[in-house]
Write a protein that binds this ligand. Structure first.
Ligand code: 13P
Length: 342
């Protein structure tokens, strides 16, 4: 492990005005997203879609890194250039999702634990050779107040795995994105989300510290503290910003290299507005940016729909969304900017 290298990469990921594109949907998830816009998922359509994203105009001004799925890290663009090389040539860091998915947690119906630690040291060595400089592992925490979820056991098992993953990543000189996602699904209140997020973050950082993870050489990817989608009382933008920051300030050490949020099922506009509202409340102990998948990609998929003649407009839609988040990263986004779309 080379601490200086790790810190330098983490700082590049969190470069001023920039954030991360999550384009690491597993084969199953990308098939769902493509099918929703009438496109059959094949190696070629997946490549065409990802190429559209990675070659979009100007995105190197807004995007510091892209998280890839294993297939994409090994895939070449239509011009024959491997995707990690194509990204590097634009000054964008290639990253790799290394977890193998959230599986049913034994003895805890309704809860999940993320798998993928076996053989991970060897996989990291190969991913580094292929060009990956950072990685991601996603843990899933479900809130269901009536069932007592999240259970302490679920939080502990996921936190332990996150820390084992992060230590292995750093050993390979790969910056770990540590992603404990508290799901937005459900009828829970914002206060219940705050409690579950607090318990999760507290345990995650206890494990990271216990297992010797260099905090300056990692990035936290949390969910925002927000009411569940089915909660009758939805949180206002300012309340999401205030309570999310309160929770992060309580449980995330200032040494952490940066925080890059997931969008978690928020609309693109909401995810941008929330990030903006938080950055307006600075100065903060850590840089605060985005690492969105759906909130960056949904408008692009909608515009593209597998039509070659729509590819340029779809790429512009991606650059537009990336630029708005680049502004939100600096607390300079205004909702009427949305009118300039397309
Ligand atoms: P969303 O922004 O769609 O939540 O995805 C981010 C991500 O990488 C989930 O692991």
């Amino acid at each position: 492990m080379n601490p200086d290298r790790l810190i330098e990469i983490a700082q590049r990921m969190m470069a001023p005005g920039k954030g991360i594109l999550a384009a690491d949907e597993s084969t199953g998830t990308i098939a769902k997203r493509l099918r929703a816009v009438g496109v059959e998922s094949t190696a070629d359509t997946r490549r065409d879609y990802r190429e559209l994203l990675f070659t979009a105009p100007d995105i190197e001004r807004y995007i510091s890194g892209v998280i890839l799925f294993d297939e994409t890290l090994r895939q070449a663009s239509s011009s024959g250039k491997l995707f990690p090389h194509l990204l590097e040539a634009r000054g964008i860091l290639p990253g790799i999702k290394v977890d193998q998915g959230a599986k049913d947690f034994a003895a805890h119906p309704g809860e999940k634990v993320t798998e993928g630690l076996d053989g991970l040291r060897e996989r990291f060595a190969e991913y580094y050779e292929l060009g990956a400089r950072f990685s991601k592992w996603r843990a899933v925490i479900t809130i269901e107040v009536d069932s007592g979820h999240p259970s302490t056991a679920c939080i502990a098992a996921n936190a332990h795995a996150l820390a084992r993953y992060a230590a292995l990543a750093q050993e390979a000189n790969i910056v770990p994105i540590v992603e404990p996602e508290v799901l937005i699904d459900g009828a829970h209140t914002q206060a219940q989300c705050e409690a579950a997020t607090a318990r999760t973050l507290e345990r995650v950082f206890a494990e990271l510290t216990a297992q010797g993870v260099l905090l300056e050489g990692m990035v936290l990817k949390p969910s925002m503290v927000i009411a569940g989608k089915q909660c009758p009382e939805q949180s206002a933008v300012e309340a999401v910003a205030a309570v999310t920051l309160r929770t992060l300030c309580r449980y995330v050490p200032a040494a952490v290299g940066g925080i890059a949020f997931l969008s978690g099922g928020q609309s693109p506009e909401q995810a941008t507005a929330h990030l903006d509202a938080m950055n307006r409340r600075g100065p903060l102990p850590w840089p605060l940016t985005f690492s969105y998948a759906r909130a960056l990609q949904n408008p692009v998929l909608d515009m593209w729909r597998g039509q070659a003649q729509q590819a340029a407009a779809a790429a512009r839609a991606f650059a537009f969304r990336a630029r708005l988040n680049h502004l939100a990263r600096q607390g300079r986004y205004e909702s009427d900017m949305e009118r300039d779309a397309g």
